[in-house]
Design a protein around this ligand. Sequence first.
Ligand code: SF4
Length: 245
Amino acid sequence: MGLQTPRPRRTQKRKRAKDAAQSVRVAPGAKRRFQTRLLKWYREHGRDLPWRKTSDPYKILVSEVMLQQTQVDRVIPKYHEFLDRYPSFHALAQAPVEEVRKTWYPLGYNIRPHRLHGIACETVARYGGALPSDPEELLSFKGIGRYTAGAVRSFAFNEDAAILDTNVMRVLHRVFVGTGDPKAQKPRLWALSEALVPKGKGYDFNQALMDFGALLCTARAPYCLLCPMKSFCKSYPFDGKKRDR
Ligand code: SF4
């Protein structure tokens, strides 16, 4: 048998996108049911968090960067302290980065204050202190990845942008996929997240997904018996011994 000609890169990319799109086809009924039940659950159980009381892109960005790898309870007091000290992109950009790092303490993962400071400097230099909402422009910032861009677009600019963090990945994988390692299925789960955002409700839907993953469909012991998705969830009843990763 002869050697196969390598598939050109663009064709491979197109094929991957096509595969991902095909593998996330969700029946319209299941999609509606998930959206409706999730939003209802959120109206009854959603958390009252300080960054949900603002649409200021700066404050939303600060909260999102702080929440990376840190629990909500630890973030709340630091979020208030940080915003009192640096209330805008301009204020943060003017502060010495070493002082910003000290203000950030004791939140761990010390690259984050540096990145946030860098984003503030770039926002001031390139956009006069107003963060853009365009996805490509957001992604061009060092320190803003696909998740943060989606979060800023939906929470600050009220756009129907998709998000996928650890919690959201876990929820979508359990409900709609049910097998394999979620981390190995990121393109598929991103496509799923995009397909599920209800038109005009991206803000509430994404906040609801995050709360649902943090409070009900938790990593170790999800509350399956209380779950509004249990009639169609592909992982119900979730077996803690066969944990997903
Ligand atoms: S039934 Fe269990 S695993 Fe499925 S979404 Fe609900 S809590 Fe998560």
